[in-house]
Ligand binder design. Structure first.
Ligand SMILES: C=C(O[C@@H]1C=C(C(=O)O)C=C[C@H]1O)C(=O)O
Length: 310
């Protein structure tokens, strides 16, 4: 199995090679949030015959839309935009049931006072951007001026009044703020966890990303698909049984203490909460983010008994 960070020059040749070998190209969000799923696979503790493509969510969304990966986590809103060409895999997602810790709006003022202010958006997200739009316009009833910051700059680039962060950037920034209490107090930074905000207003879980398979791959390679899905399920289950160990391994990668990482891995969920997902799609439609209502089409493993969703 290969793992590589997507990069245009190397990427194309590796991807073609993968296709020739008849292995699926499997997309992995390159953040610590996916570490529990991919650690056992990348370490060979659980066998997966695939090429792993690690990247930011927005890049995975584009690669999948272009047909350059067969099975991947994509932003749930990106799935809604291309649902006719793919099918959702069950019992896997990047989700939360309340606070998620790694998707947050950092703001210099309370959220209700953001009216007319400039809000910076991370270029790496799709779902969290839609979620922020829904929360601000529908629940806080504030209209703001959004702008995308360039890739690789600090979240406060361009001096916005508030800034959206996801993934490792969110975890690291919030952890630093917590450590340097004063810094936060001096610069007045309010931290709004978007998973918690969503739960507060809707009472539902939030599905930030879900796993999808291209429809053509599903039809042409049912056995490969089944093996891939089973490996992902096994990895999820392995990590939930070894949470402390996983947190210790993650600690050195992200430089956040293992106790905190263990708590993080308790907050972040890997369940496909269809109820929360459909509620999110409905609000996205009402807010004009989606053109139509979307129902997720979930792949059913023809062999294994169906498992219950939350
Ligand atoms: C919970 C998270 O959800 C993420 C948010 C995504 C998005 O906003 O499109 C996509 C994948 C996830 O990485 C996170 O980034 O930690």
């Amino acid at each position: 199995m290969m793992c590589w960070k997507n990069n245009k020059s190397v990427g194309a040749s590796l991807m073609n090679r993968g296709e020739a070998l008849g292995k699926p190209r499997v997309g992995r969000v390159g953040y610590i949030n996916c570490f529990p799923i991919f650690y056992p696979l990348e370490k060979g503790l659980i066998k997966l015959s695939a090429q792993i493509v690690a990247d930011h969510p927005s890049n995975l969304n584009s690669l999948f839309a272009a047909g350059d990966i067969e099975v991947t986590a994509v932003s749930s809103i990106a799935y809604a935009h291309q649902c006719s060409s793919c099918v959702v895999l069950p019992d896997l997602a990047i989700a939360s049931d309340g606070a998620v810790w790694s998707v947050a709006l950092l703001s210099r003022v309370p959220l209700s006072q953001l009216k007319g202010e400039r809000v910076s958006l991370t270029p790496y997200s799709a779902t969290s951007i839609a979620l922020l739009q829904i929360l601000l316009s529908r629940f806080y009833e504030v209209e703001v001026e959004y702008f995308y910051r360039p890739q690789g700059v600090s979240p406060w680039w361009g001096e916005p009044k508030a800034t959206l962060v996801i993934g490792d950037e969110a975890l690291k920034t919030i952890y630093r703020y917590l450590e340097e209490d004063e810094l936060c107090a001096n610069q007045k930074c309010y931290v709004y966890d978007l998973g918690a905000e969503w739960k507060k207003f809707t009472g539902k879980q939030m599905v930030f990303a879900l796993w999808v398979v291209r429809r053509d791959f599903m039809e042409q390679h049912p056995v490969l698909l089944r093996e891939t899905w089973l490996a992902l399920q096994e990895a999820k289950s392995w990590s939930s049984r070894h949470r402390r160990f996983i947190a210790e391994q993650a600690q050195s990668l992200i430089r956040i203490p293992a106790e905190i990482m263990e708590d993080y891995f308790r907050h972040i969920k890997y369940e496909l909460y269809l109820n929360g997902l459909h509620q999110f799609f409905e609000y996205a439609w009402h807010c004009g983010v989606l053109d139509s209502q979307v129902q997720a089409e979930v792949w059913r493993d023809p062999v294994v008994e169906p498992v219950k969703h939350g």
